[in-house]
Write a protein that binds this ligand. Structure first.
Ligand code: FMN
Length: 152
């Protein structure tokens, strides 16, 4: 049944985001697609983060993170942020900006969030963030992931 479950998930078209955060001298970014909007009042988002991901342990209630919705020409960044090299090396791309929270200036849209709740569940944690600021390019051409590959 697990195989069929995975097959069903592979048929879905997923938007691809890069989740980024920093805490002290640690800075992490990772590709995520288990992302959804939770509410409009307040504007909030949820993302499911594997507890084994490097970024997981720097997220705490009241910490800040960015959710960067990738554009269709940003496969390279998605691959870097889900590849085997982790940590600072993922930020060597020139599209990163570093303010209080790292973000990708070239992303189609950016949601700047403050973490309100972390719900550990099975292998993952549901991270709920309230949107404090945002940036939208106006474009409607997000990067899509389906059946283990990116649609460009
Ligand atoms: C398209 C795509 C979507 C992904 N979505 C998620 C996700 O929603 N949550 C998650 O925990 N990992 C997700 N991953 C896996 C992480 O990006 C990957 O494990 C990453 O390397 C974790 O960061 P780390 O190596 O610094 O631990 C996804 C990977 C890809 C390629």
């Amino acid at each position: 049944m697990k195989e069929k479950f995975l097959e069903i998930l592979r048929t879905t078209k997923q938007n691809v985001f890069v989740l980024a955060a920093e805490s002290g001298d640690q800075r992490h970014a990772m590709t995520v697609s288990s992302v959804f909007s939770v509410s409009l009042e307040p504007m909030s988002m949820a993302v499911s983060v594997n507890q084994s991901a490097s970024l997981h342990d720097i997220l705490t209630v009241d910490s800040k993170f960015s959710l960067n919705l990738l554009a269709s020409d940003q496969t390279e960044i998605a691959e870097i942020c889900s590849g085997s090299e982790e940590g600072q090396i993922r930020f060597e791309h020139s599209d990163w900006e570093f303010s209080e929270t790292p973000y990708l200036k070239s992303a189609q849209s950016i949601l700047f969030c403050i973490c309100r709740k972390i719900v550990p569940l099975y292998s993952h944690s549901l991270v709920i963030g309230e949107v404090q600021n945002l940036s939208h390019s106006g474009k409607m051409n997000p990067l899509i992931y389906q059946d283990g590959k990116y649609e460009t």
